[in-house]
Design a protein around this ligand. Structure first.
Ligand SMILES: Nc1ncnc2c1ncn2[C@@H]1O[C@H](COP(=O)(O)OP(=O)(O)O)[C@@H](O)[C@H]1O
Ligand SMILES: [Mg+2]
Length: 244
């Protein structure tokens, strides 16, 4: 595979009362251009921790993150992460939240932000504040901020969690369309099988303490090997088989 993103985590640990406690061990994943990988597993297993390592927001681990074969050591816009809680600035308008990605936005940046907001269905809300938006609209602002300078790798931490189904479906469809156009690699954490199926071509199941993986599975593999999947996501086989 011609991977845009190649990740090896040999060990990620936290210090708990002076003791080193491993949370992730021996994890390897790759994602090609235009593809999405779902990282699944129960709450607390280490999904967000893994995304933060990939985003270079946490350098305390043993392993490598390669983007287009080059090591990534600090956040530089090549990788964008959308946090589960969106991380919007309450005191900034929608447009200002998006413009925040530039140090000193110029007229061209403002035009670009407005174009993206329009395309993301927020054309009428550019001057609104986050508190005036629905949950789906807030997610769209966070996504716009991550996409306005299209990254090589997009990391989405439980992007559809807490959204009603029609809203989640519309956002998923828009994301798929934008990904087809721009060809970035995407990693999506979720504990929801339907999110994985809607957004991704392959699934990586994280499980155990420390969490490890059994290699990336295609949705077909998961559907045909319930043992692999059932450890972390009980009914995955039925859902995948019946919904594909
Ligand atoms: N900054 C931190 N310091 C210490 N432990 C942490 C920190 N962040 C997360 N953890 C622990 O790491 C584990 C994995 O957390 P997380 O990656 O948030 O899980 P998930 O996203 O899968 O729900 C949990 O046990 C959590 O308590
Ligand atoms: Mg999490």
């Amino acid at each position: 595979m011609n991977a845009v993103l190649k990740v090896t985590i040999r060990d990620k640990w936290w210090a708990h009362t002076g003791k080193r406690v491993s949370v992730l061990q021996n994890i390897a994943l790759q994602v090609a251009a235009g593809e999405s990988l779902a990282v699944m597993g129960p709450s607390g297993v280490g999904k967000t921790t893994l995304l933060r390592l990939i985003a270079a927001l946490d350098g305390h681990f043993e392993g490598e993150i390669l983007v287009d074969q080059k090591p990534l050591t600090e956040p530089d816009g090549t990788i964008q992460m959308v946090f589960q809680d969106n991380r919007l600035f309450d005191w900034m308008t929608v447009r200002q939240n998006v413009l925040f990605v530039w140090d000193r936005p110029d007229a061209g940046n403002i035009r670009k932000a407005d174009e993206w907001l329009f395309r993301m269905g927020l054309g009428e809300r550019v001057d609104a504040y986050p508190r005036e938006l629905s949950e789906g609209q807030k997610k769209r602002v966070a996504l716009t901020r991550a996409l306005v300078r299209p990254p090589r790798v997009l990391l989405l931490d439980e992007p559809l969690a807490g959204l009603d189904t029609p809203t989640a479906d519309r956002i998923a469809a828009d994301l798929r369309r934008i990904q087809r156009e721009f060809g970035f690699a995407c990693v999506v954490t979720t504990h929801n099988v339907m999110e994985a199926v809607t957004l991704c071509q392959a699934v990586l199941v994280l499980d155990g303490h420390p969490a490890t993986t059994h290699g990336a599975l295609t949705l077909g593999d998961v559907a045909h090997d319930s043992n692999l999947a059932a450890q972390a996501i009980g009914t995955v086989k039925d859902i995948l088989v019946h919904d594909r």
